[in-house]
Write a protein that binds this ligand. Structure first.
Ligand code: PXP
Length: 237
């Protein structure tokens, strides 16, 4: 059965809106695990707009499943990751003006940079995932720079405006997922997935993990985190 990684950044966003200490993403992570999450995902952004270093360190101590730290490929972040030792680092692109992660990393354009940071993280025994667009060329580049896992960006699929473009995006995801599997890369998917569109992916049994934030936290506001996580888990086969 595929695994579910629950991203709790949105809980931190709500906390930061008032600059206080509630709601706490660390408590949310514990509840998500009780609800059946197989892992917790957080993005420590360079501008610290939601998750703080305090959250990362507490989560490292408290998470009982797996902690996946998303971060930009910078020296500052690599140092923090090596100090905290999450179970997985996912390298994502980052722009200060974006609302959320937009697009995958350009592995082809920055091969040497990725090779270097992956080698550094591997030196501390931290496996590395690269968040990439559903592109065969980016996938092959990720394999070449020694990534352990790729996370295929499902945003364009989730936001497709017509059944035709949805089909095109789905085909691109399927091709990448299957090639990643053949190349013995771990393969996960994430971005924009919800309780409806996820059912179009679950026939792809090569997908090991779904990383989902917004739709689960949005549902949790209304029905509670335990139920929101459990209902998403029930959709995974
Ligand atoms: N995967 C990655 C790499 C992300 O950056 C995000 C957003 O933080 C997600 C998954 C989760 O996306 P969503 O919040 O749309 O479910």
């Amino acid at each position: 059965m595929a695994k579910l990684g629950v991203n709790v950044d949105h809980v931190a966003t709500l906390r930061q809106a008032r600059g206080g200490d509630e709601p706490d993403p660390v408590t949310a992570a514990a509840l998500a695990e009780l609800g059946g999450a197989d892992g917790i995902v957080i993005h420590l952004r360079e501008d610290r707009r939601h998750i703080q270093e305090r959250d990362l360190r507490l989560l490292k101590a408290m998470v009982k499943t797996r902690l996946n730290m998303e971060m930009a490929a910078t020296d500052e972040m690599a140092h923090i990751a090596m100090d905290v030792q999450p179970n997985l680092v996912t390298l994502v692109p980052e722009r200060r003006e974006e609302l959320t992660t937009e697009g995958g990393v350009d592995v082809i354009g920055r091969k040497d940079d990725f090779k270097k940071i992956i080698k550094t993280l591997h030196g501390s025994e931290i496996p590395v995932s690269l968040f990439i667009d559903p592109s065969i060329d980016q996938l092959k580049a990720a394999h070449k720079v020694d990534a352990d896992t790729v996370e295929i960006h499902t945003g364009p699929f989730a936001n497709a405006q017509s059944p035709e473009s949805e089909r095109t995006e789905l085909d691109a995801i399927s091709d990448c997922v299957r090639l990643a599997y053949k190349l013995h890369l771990g393969v996960s998917v994430g971005h924009g997935l919800d309780y409806h569109n996820i059912t179009m992916l679950t026939h792809l049994t090569e997908i090991e993990e779904y990383n989902i934030g917004h739709s689960i936290i949005a549902r949790a506001v209304l029905v509670g985190l335990d139920r929101a996580v459990g209902e998403m888990k029930a959709l995974l086969v």
